[in-house]
Write a protein that binds this ligand. Structure first.
Ligand SMILES: OC[C@H]1O[C@H](OC[C@H]2O[C@H](OC[C@H]3O[C@H](O)[C@H](O)[C@@H](O)[C@@H]3O)[C@H](O)[C@@H](O)[C@@H]2O)[C@H](O)[C@@H](O)[C@@H]1O
Length: 557
């Protein structure tokens, strides 16, 4: 059977969908232990249906000791105790389907927890049947006779990516924390274990996977050192058998289901993206490219970004992907600070307007749009006061490695962390103005601080206020659903050099939409074309030939 075509592009439900990411730990607690859970999510499904999202992406819900909040899986077929039971999962899935939505789950297959039975076995002896499930290597002997790790890879969570295991005297690889050993994908048994896990969840009825750091799965088994002019993340993402393994996964599993896949792809450039998502290759449907969301970062440090840079990234993505590859549009997730702080204006005067500008952009650019929980309310970064108040392993490990060893001052480290921390996205959802924002019961202790601004920024207020970000997003989602031009239409940046205005057109056949977004507090005149058309949606009632501070406008030309 052939795919339906629309202006030379294949038509798919996952291209037309808007995905909403849930970080279960922080969404809704139902049993008063201070930790979000699956029944909590089920109780909020009407809220998501009313907002108008099509697909829910659930961050890991599997059994885990939580060294990295579930991105360290102990058992791929069991639900995390804190989140509930398999019956709770089934009820959640049924509730999602009943409301006409879909569910994708997180597949963390580059690494497991060190408490996974495969690793417990693997570390027992050099000849254990599971030894080759992970990457074990002897240390390297330096000229002075000292023993060094097998190569100079660093862990994304600080320190060496190799830990020596006392039992057998060999080192195992962990590109993330010590408790997250990397699987050996060159072992066919490992690949089959993962495929079988995928079938297990697909057979239950899930609609696909977000694949954690998927380009890291293939490694050069000789593990050469990273040279000073090389990027480790690029090396890790471009292993020798990556495409071969993804094609095998597609052949063995994905091709047999009507499902969607999105790979988290740090280290893959825009130009390399088609090597993973060109539909003629039968690998993944789309990937997350991090150029846009990490535009405000220089390594680990915050940097001031420019709108012209952001526009250039979207233009390059559009050019590089062409008609056979598909893009993702997102500016937030559970690893990044809050959308309005990072890309908007979090002042009292402009928080709401700027959140609407960003929502307009996310939902009218070309690619499947991904929204992160709480961004429909304009939730903001929390003011963490000390390292103890943070939870994130990335932040805590870097503190140990850099601050406690004197490489960086505590003041500089904390100032920067206040802008970039992953924990900003993880503070509990703000449902109403009751204690703990309605996230958990009044006498419970939420696992992470609730932002005190919940008394004014919360879902209950947003649902009552017709001018809220929530209602504006609802309108945008409705518009997008009715308008294929926003999905499949051509994209043209109308003012790439303008420092504050983002003006673009989306055209499909005879239908042409113009989008005007003001990323500043100034007012600018708009090109004539904008005044001639019919206004479809705007974030202000006072429309003129100019675009005021943080205004958004969509026009049918
Ligand atoms: O399962 C472990 C984590 O996997 C996902 O996120 C991956 C991490 O991605 C980044 O780190 C990758 C590289 O990014 C930059 O290019 C740096 O320069 C490199 O040093 C990094 O290796 C982020 O910086 C991390 O915050 C992400 O964890 C999941 O989404 C995470 O939640 C998991 O923790």
């Amino acid at each position: 059977m052939h795919d339906e075509l629309i202006y030379g592009q294949t038509k798919h439900w996952w291209k037309e969908s808007v995905v909403y990411q849930i970080y279960p730990r922080s969404f809704q607690d139902s049993n008063g232990d201070g930790i979000g859970d699956l029944p909590g999510i089920t109780s909020r499904l009407d809220y998501l249906r009313d907002l108008g999202v099509d697909v829910i992406w659930l961050s890991p819900h599997y059994d885990s000791p939580n060294a990295d909040n579930g991105y360290d899986i102990r058992d791929y077929r069991k639900v995390m105790r804190e989140f509930g039971t398999m019956q709770d999962f089934d009820a959640l899935l049924a509730g999602i389907k009943q409301r006409g939505m879909r569910l994708i789950v997180d597949l963390v297959a580059n690494h497991t927890s060190d408490e996974h039975v495969w690793f417990i076995e693997s570390r027992k002896s050099r000849d254990n049947p599971y030894r080759d499930y992970y990457l074990w290597r002897p240390g390297k002997i330096a000229a002075n006779g000292a023993e060094l790790p097998p190569n100079n890879f660093g862990s994304a969570f600080s320190g060496s990516a190799w830990t020596k295991d006392k039992g057998t005297g060999e080192y195992y690889l962990h590109l993330f924390a010590e408790k997250q050993p990397d699987l050996n994908w060159d072992n066919p048994a490992v690949r089959e274990e993962i495929y079988s896990t995928m079938r297990f969840w697909l057979d239950k009825g899930v609609d696909g996977f977000r694949m954690d750091v998927i380009p890291f799965i293939s490694k050069d088994a000789t593990f050469p050192d990273v040279l000073p002019n090389e990027s480790q993340v690029h090396i890790n993402a471009n292993g020798p058998h990556l495409q071969e393994y993804l094609q095998e996964m597609n052949r063995e599993v994905l091709s047999k289901y009507d499902c969607m896949t999105v790979g988290e792809a740090h280290g893959i450039t825009i130009e390399e993206t088609p090597t993973l998502v060109d539909e003629r290759r039968h690998e993944l449907n789309m990937i997350f490219n991090f150029d846009a969301v990490r535009l405000n970062r220089d390594g680990r440090n915050w940097r001031q970004w420019k709108l012209t840079e952001l526009k250039a990234i979207y233009a390059r993505q559009y050019e590089a992907l062409g008609v056979h590859s598909w893009n993702t549009i997102f500016l937030a997730n559970h690893d990044n600070p809050r959308l309005v702080n990072a890309f908007g204006d979090d002042s009292d005067a402009y928080r709401v307007a700027s959140a609407k500008v960003l929502a307009t952009m996310l939902l009218t650019l070309k690619g499947t749009a991904y929204l992160y929980q709480g961004d429909e309310l304009g939730m903001t970064n929390y003011r963490f006061r000390s390292i103890e108040e943070y939870d994130d392993i990335e932040a805590k490990n870097a503190w140990k490695f850099d601050v406690l060893t004197g490489k960086e001052t505590a003041e500089h480290y904390l100032d920067n962390l206040a802008r970039v921390s992953r924990d900003h996205a993880r503070t509990p959802m703000q449902w109403d103005d009751s204690p703990h924002a309605g996230f958990t019961s009044p006498d419970a202790k939420p696992w992470l601080a609730v932002n005190p601004n919940y008394t004014t920024i919360n879902a209950a207020d947003a649902r009552r206020d017709q001018d809220s970000i929530y209602h504006y997003m609802q309108q945008l989602l409705r518009l997008r659903k009715q308008t294929l031009a926003f999905v499949y239409g051509d994209y043209e940046d109308l003012a790439p050099e303008h420092p504050s205005l983002f003006l673009y057109a989306r055209t499909l056949g005879e239908e042409r939409f113009l989008v005007a977004l003001n990323f500043s507090r100034e007012t600018f005149a708009l090109p004539d074309e904008f005044s001639k058309g019919q206004i479809v949606l705007a974030n202000t009632a006072s429309i003129s030939s100019e675009l005021g501070a943080w205004e958004s406008r969509i026009v049918l030309a």
